[in-house]
Each structure stands twice: as structure tokens, then as C-alpha cells.
Design a protein around this ligand. Structure first.
Ligand code: NAG
Ligand code: NAG
Length: 261
């Protein structure tokens, strides 16, 4: 009986009442990643202190490590933008370095979905550079620099299930001939794919079908309802490392960014 009470007390004291996956903590972690990307070394950084000892590094859909990935290369950055997923305790950061030149997306995932103080156990990056599909960092930067990915008023937000469904419908267009009808197309919409910029209709040139073997697989999502964004990393056509990010305003698709390696 006494033991039972002591255990109960110990659990009560240890219960993580303060633990949550706050936007502030997620943003701080993402910003410490950005600092590492500018410095070009994980070892000894503030970011290193946030990592699980068994953290997995993934670059372009392959296992990598702390010393050889893009995070080990100092980049002069022209652009950074981060979205925060407090449900999965993850973040997505888009970076452009015209000097690199690189355009990259980085997803960070914390070990506990409910505690941003839990260690980061996955650093997942999609990294495009010269020679990659339609790559042109300066053009990408010129297209996206003036876009509005800001916080939406409540009336313009969508539930996360809708944000993910829109991303999935879009990614399904290459393998499903009717998925195009499930995308919540909006106007005006701007689609930036490296050096390509399509506006005011993102539907222009959209595919309608293909075979099941061209399915975009291995989808990893980061979703931020406050800005109406779903980012999805995938294996494009089952093969190419790829990032797609979507912004929905009032339920309709208004911005698309892709990074394809
Ligand atoms: C990240 O972008 C913000 C503007 O959104 C800017 O104020 C900040 O200096 C940038 N950080 C880096 C490291 O470039
Ligand atoms: C194709 O997409 C449509 C619209 O989203 C969906 O209803 C249907 O189930 C999909 N078909 C397959 C085979 O996934």
C-alpha cells in the first residue's frame, strides 16, 4: 500500500505536465539547424545538443551521416522559411543559397510527438544543386522572395486532414487519372519548380494519370495549419528525391514549391 502510494507520487511528480510540442521550441530547433547550415559543422553546435545520440540523417532519400551531408557544408543563405507541425512535433525549413548554389528542404522530427524538448531523431533533407531538374537557385529565389506564406486568419485556415488530402491528391496526379479533380485548385496560384514558374493557374500543365508504377511513394509530411501549408517529401515516380510544399488559403491551393533531385 505504501509502495503503491510512493509510486503514484513519483509518477505524479515526473508527469510531463509542462511538456508539449510548442511552436517556440520547434522554431528554436529549426533556427539552430539554420545556424549549423551557415557554419557548416554539426559537431560542437547548439544544434548537436538537441540531437538524439542515435539520430538518423537522411539526404536525398538515402542514409547519410553528420560529417558528409549538406549540414557539413557552410552555406551563405539568401532565404529561409520554416513551418511548424505541433501534432507530429516536426518542422520543415526551406533554404536557398544562390552562392552554393543550393535549394534545399529540411525536415526535423523530434522523438516524442508531444514534447519538443525530446531529442531530434531524424534530420531529413532534400538537396538540389546545379544539374538537378530545372535547377536555378537565383530564379527560384526571384519567384519566391515576394510570396506570402504568412499566418492566416482563422477563417482562411483548413484542418490538417484537408491540407494533407490536398497534397496527396496533387501527388497522386501522376498515377491516378482522376486525382486532378480532387485537387482544390484556387486562383491566382503560383507554382515554382526550380527555374519554372507557372501562374496564375497551377492546374496548367498538370498531369492526369500514368501507371501505378509512376506513383510518388515514401511520403513524409510536415503540416502547419496556421499558414495553410503541407510539405511532403517523397520518392517522385518512386525514384527521384523530391519535396512538394503547398499553401491553401480558404480551402484552395494558392502556392506550390517543388525541389526535385
Ligand atoms: C531567415 O529569414 C528571416 C526573414 O524571414 C531573416 O530575418 C533572417 O535573417 C534569416 N536568417 C538567416 C540565417 O538567413
Ligand atoms: C484516384 O483519385 C480519386 C480522387 O481522389 C479517388 O477517389 C480514387 O480512389 C483514386 N483511385 C485510386 C486507385 O487510388
Amino acid at each position: 500500500m505504501i509502495n503503491f502510494h510512493l509510486v503514484g507520487l513519483a509518477l505524479a511528480l515526473a508527469s510531463p505536465a509542462a511538456a508539449d510540442c510548442s511552436r517556440d521550441a520547434l522554431l528554436a530547433a529549426a533556427e539552430s539547424y539554420i545556424a549549423v547550415q551557415q557554419a557548416g559543422a554539426v559537431a560542437g553546435s547548439d544544434f548537436a545538443k538537441l540531437l538524439d545520440p542515435a539520430v538518423a540523417y537522411r539526404q536525398n532519400n538515402k542514409a547519410s551521416d553528420a560529417t558528409t551531408g549538406i549540414w557539413s557544408k557552410a552555406l551563405k543563405l539568401n532565404h529561409n522559411r520554416t513551418i511548424l507541425d505541433t501534432t507530429q512535433c516536426a518542422s520543415y525549413t526551406e533554404l536557398v543559397s544562390t552562392a552554393g548554389p543550393y535549394v534545399l528542404g529540411v525536415q526535423l522530427r523530434h522523438a516524442s510527438a508531444t514534447d519538443a524538448a525530446s531529442p531530434i531523431n531524424l534530420v531529413d533533407a532534400i538537396v538540389a544543386t546545379t544539374g538537378d531538374w530545372a535547377f536555378d537557385a537565383a530564379k527560384t529565389l526571384s519567384y519566391i522572395a515576394t510570396e506570402d506564406w504568412g499566418t492566416l486568419p482563422d477563417k482562411d485556415r483548413s484542418p490538417r486532414a484537408k491540407l494533407q488530402a490536398a497534397a496527396d491528391a496533387y501527388l497522386d496526379m501522376w498515377s491516378n487519372s482522376t486525382a486532378i479533380n480532387a485537387v482544390p485548385w484556387g486562383t491566382p496560384c503560383a507554382r515554382t519548380e526550380g527555374s519554372a514558374h507557372v501562374t496564375p493557374s497551377c492546374k496548367s500543365g498538370a498531369p492526369s494519370g500514368g501507371s501505378a508504377s509512376s506513383r510518388n511513394t515514401d511520403r513524409r509530411y510536415v503540416i502547419d495549419e496556421t499558414v495553410g501549408s503541407c510539405n511532403a517529401f517523397c520518392a517522385f515516380g518512386g525514384q527521384m528525391p523530391d519535396s512538394h510544399e503547398f499553401r491553401l488559403v480558404d480551402g484552395t491551393l494558392r502556392l506550390v514549391h517543388t525541389i526535385t533531385v
